[in-house]
Design a protein around this ligand. Structure first.
Ligand code: GCB
Length: 596
């Protein structure tokens, strides 16, 4: 799905700001048609933001079920004869939307965009009411899964992942116009002819444009200075780029593919610009190659998580986080454990930061659930994670790939984090999803992230994966406080994975650490212990040749559900939640930049 753009033929109106908001604790709003009038008893709510931490108290923080958002928007006068589209960049985890009293769309899944053509329901120059009901419930048929337990004191949401179930309108909302004949999709696949490690090789850009309506397509490829490099006619083809300036880690060079739709008389009907980074990705043996060169992932599993706004997107926080990644010497991150805002991927593209892009399929694991506080006998069964869940999961993969397919920063997909992967049931569940992913994606490697409870001798899914991605907590959840034992066990396990003959990326390793807690005798939770543990992992990584990357868990401390294993959140950050460095941040900076 294309992102809205301002071009010579298109305009956007942002609907960010304060919306009217009301929690629907009784779940009566749909029946009482709250969309049909200005929301009674509403309070102000910022969009984008999670609603949970905006108001003091437990009610909204722990709310389970529907909340209502409403705003009024004046449709610009100039949009007469245009197609008018209403788009939500995300609504966590599902939403139904009305324009005036007309229901225009529903969407399942909290981290991908959805939109509707609302031309028939608006009049340019007039104001229209937009209402969205957003439901935060996780069930056996949602991604991620969860269970709502009805208690004498109200519903309680349980789930098998640790990050807090923030909800609401987390990303911008747009009203935008397109001409009635318009570009509805663009796919670009970059390539390199000949030796990719050459200084300025010949690049290729294979493109495919979908147009709704009658018109012919012309494409022009412009370099970063706006000079035309090449052009072609027709909705699909391959462009050749002599002396290509490649997109590469640390060099976010991009071309502009300007797509024009022309009428029979040559008039411009629509124009849309798609950025293109020319680079290749390949797995060869135990090497992960970008542009033919071995790439070693240095960075973090992250979260969209901040004080007050929760998972709400914010450009200032985003840029600051990228500046910290730069300061520490990270070259990559994983969008643990859900698709991040498109702004984040655009930024990564533009700055040459490499991304492992993950679906929201996290917490399909009874053993992890037991640690977090949700007990379940069998995760994969007709009554729990089932074929119905798989349908939702498949749709999440389709939507993620469709949204992010053109980002050069995305070099590897993760279709799930830490599912059980040692049971026949888990294999039966996942095999078709790997098949689907491969059908949708022919150019990037695909994988999933393996959990400590499914080591190499029992795992059944790694054979479907191009890269070995594993999360390990030797020295924390196992061999707690015993780094000597942890070192031996970590190395022994990596040696087993090495036998797969694929690149190994440690996608998580780390220790909870309370900033400011110091101890010289190896006390867990201290800043010294976090440093010692990371140092130990690095020693081991440097001995194992198949290692292709290290992503510390986590970039920053983050909010979790409440329970006896977390003190005001997960504290494994190299930075605190408000982005102050722990000692480990300096250790990582020394390792990753050589600077102190
Ligand atoms: C994991 C999960 C991650 C948790 C982390 C932890 O394995 O993938 O979501 O936050 O462990 O700190 O327990």
């Amino acid at each position: 799905m294309l992102r809205p753009q301002d071009t010579a033929t298109r305009d956007r109106r942002s609907l960010t700001g304060l919306w009217r908001f009301r929690a629907d604790a009784e779940g009566v709003g749909r029946e009482e048609r709250w969309f049909a009038a200005p929301l009674a008893g509403a309070r102000d709510m910022p969009v984008p933001a999670s609603y949970n931490d905006i108001v003091p108290g437990r009610d909204l923080h722990d709310h389970v079920g529907d909340v209502w958002y409403q705003t009024d928007v004046r449709v610009p006068r100039g949009w007469a004869d245009q197609r008018v589209v209403l788009r939500f960049d995300a609504a966590t985890h599902r939403a139904t939307v009305w324009v005036g009293e007309t229901e225009v769309m529903s969407h399942e899944g909290g981290y991908t965009p959805f939109e509707a053509d609302v031309t028939a329901h608006v009049t340019p120059g007039e104001t229209v009411r937009v209402t969205a009901v957003v439901d935060n419930r996780l069930s056996w048929e949602s991604i991620p899964p969860g269970v709502v337990v009805e208690t004498a004191h109200g519903p309680r949401q349980k789930y098998m992942h640790d990050f807090f179930n923030y909800a609401g309108l987390h990303r911008p909302v747009w009203l935008y116009s397109t001409p009635t004949t318009y570009v509805s999709d663009v796919t670009v696949v970059p390539g390199i002819e000949g030796e990719p490690t050459a200084e300025r090789p010949t690049g290729t850009v294979t493109y495919d444009v979908v147009v709704e309506g009658e018109g012919s397509v012309r494409v022009r490829l412009l370099d970063a200075d706006g000079a035309e490099v090449t052009a072609a006619q027709g909705p699909a083809g391959t462009l050749t780029v002599p002396d290509a300036h490649l997109w590469a880690p640390g060099d976010g060079y991009q071309y502009d593919l300007v797509v024009d739709v022309l009428g029979a008389d040559g008039a411009l009907l629509d124009t849309y610009t798609q950025k293109v980074g020319i680079r290749t990705v390949e797995v060869r043996g135990t090497d992960f190659l970008i542009n033919g060169r071995p790439f070693y992932f240095r960075g973090f599993g992250m979260h969209e998580d901040h004080n007050t706004r929760g998972k709400g997107h914010d450009d200032a926080e985003m840029v600051h986080d990228f500046e910290l990644l730069d300061w520490i010497g990270a070259n990559s991150f994983r969008t643990s454990h859900y698709p991040y805002a498109e702004e984040v991927l655009d930024y990564a593209d533009a700055h040459g930061i490499v991304v492992i892009d993950e679906t929201a399929a996290v917490g399909m694991n009874a053993a992890v659930g037991a640690v977090i506080g949700m007990t379940v006998d069998q995760v994969f069964s007709p009554d729990t994670v089932s074929e119905r869940t798989r349908e939702v999961h498949a749709q999440a993969i389709r939507e993620l790939f469709a949204r992010d397919k053109n980002h050069p920063s995305v070099v590897l997909w993760s279709i799930s984090n830490e599912p059980e992967s040692h049971t026949p049931e888990s294999e039966e569940y996942f095999r078709p999803l790997f098949e689907l992913a491969r059908e949708l994606e022919q150019h990037r490697p695909i994988g999933f992230v393996n959990v400590m409870y499914s080591p190499a001798d029992v795992d059944r899914l790694m054979k479907y994966s191009d890269v070995v991605m594993i999360n390990r907590y030797y020295g924390w959840y196992s061999d707690s406080a015993d780094l000597a034992a942890a070192e031996a066990n970590l190395e022994a396990e990596l040696r087993q994975w090495e036998e797969h003959g694929k690149p190994i990326i440690m996608t998580e390793y780390g220790a909870d650490t309370v900033a400011g807690l110091h101890d010289l005798s190896g006390s867990m939770w201290s800043e010294e212990y976090q440093e010692e543990l990371l140092d130990m992992y690095h020693r081991v990584f440097d001995r194992v040749e198949a290692m292709a990357g290290e992503h510390v868990w986590n970039f920053a401390d983050f909010q979790t559900s409440r329970g006896i294993v977390r003190v005001d959140g997960n504290k494994k950050g190299a930075f605190t939640r408000d982005r102050r460095p722990k000692a480990a941040a300096h250790l990582l900076r020394r390792r990753w930049t050589g600077r102190s």
